[in-house]
Design a protein around this ligand. Structure first.
Ligand code: HEM
Length: 268
């Protein structure tokens, strides 16, 4: 039988499968040469290929990755021992993340007015899917954060890590402790139940007895002379916006200082 044009399909370029394979291989070569590809799979990337494992290349991997670069390229052996820091600083930060995520969830269902706040909390617990769980996660994480920040401070004190060159970071830490307590206290009023009301009444009354500016501070915090809707709105804004914003700035300074002071302090 007579055959047409060499390979039998009439156009001289081989069977369809061969042409497809050729096309695929050309596309693959083109992709690998593209700017996007080479910017991701470049030397130093965690997706590197054919990259020899040397101390220098390992450093590149850390420095060139947006996530890894948050860690120092090298850490001292004692610093990665869990028994040294007990990871209490990291745990405090982790709890802060949990609080942020669960807090955002709660904000979808909570309105900070005297008429609605308590009802919203009850609805959240009884009618919203996962509402009770998320509320309790937020509450427990808040308690645990106060405890873990305090234990972290005790650990730092025990190891004498407040001494130069870390004295500035100790002061930043004191501000962080204060902000953690303020976040806890402002959150306490939000359920608008008897416990919150009287706890805040007692707290702000105590402030009123402070010398010189006591009554003015009390007035500003209550948004009036008595505890009421204005107080609730004021504390809500402080709790969900003002203090979180300030604490994030101080945390960034704190972590940056840990790195600048030569990483975690040496063992005793
Ligand atoms: C929101 C609260 C805080 C967070 C998230 C936090 C986080 C951290 C982290 C992750 C470290 C690295 C080492 C480690 O985990 O121990 C650290 C170190 C340190 N923190 Fe904090 N911290 C907080 C509060 C405090 C407080 C209250 C103090 C002291 C008053 C403090 C003082 C220090 C000091 C001096 C270091 C250096 C320790 C060393 O080099 O051994 N921090 N912090």
């Amino acid at each position: 039988m007579a055959r047409r044009g060499g390979n039998g399909n009439g156009n001289g370029n081989g069977p369809v499968s061969q042409r497809l394979a050729k096309g695929a291989s050309e596309t693959w070569t083109k992709t690998q040469g593209s700017q996007v590809w080479t910017s991701i799979f470049r030397p130093g990337s965690i997706f590197r290929k054919g990259y020899t494992d040397s101390p220098r290349n390992r450093s590149y991997v850390i420095m060139n990755s947006v996530l890894y670069h948050l860690h120092p390229v090298k850490v001292k052996r004692h610093a990665v021992k869990v028994s040294y820091t007990l990871c209490l600083g990291g745990l405090s930060f982790f709890l802060f993340i949990i609080l942020t995520v669960t807090g955002i969830f709660l904000m979808f269902f909570y309105r900070p007015t005297a008429a609605q706040a308590w009802d919203d909390i009850k609805t959240l617990e009884t009618s919203i899917t996962f509402g009770l769980l998320i509320r309790n996660m937020h509450r427990w994480a808040a308690h645990l954060m106060v405890i873990s920040v305090f234990l972290h401070m005790s650990r730092v004190f025990y190891h004498g890590a407040y001494k130069p060159p870390r004295e500035f970071n100790w002061v930043v830490g004191v501000v962080l402790l204060l902000l953690t307590l303020l976040l806890s206290f402002t959150g306490y009023l939000l359920p608008w139940d008897q416990l919150s009301l009287w706890a805040v009444t007692v707290g702000t009354n105590m402030m009123g007895y402070a010398p010189v500016l006591g009554s003015q501070v009390r007035f500003v915090l209550l948004g009036g002379v008595d505890i009421g809707t204005d107080t609730l709105l004021r504390w809500y804004v402080l709790h969900v916006l003002f203090f979180p914003f300030i604490i994030v700035i101080f945390m960034a300074i704190h972590f940056w200082r840990v790195r600048k002071d030569g990483g975690v302090s040496g063992p005793l």
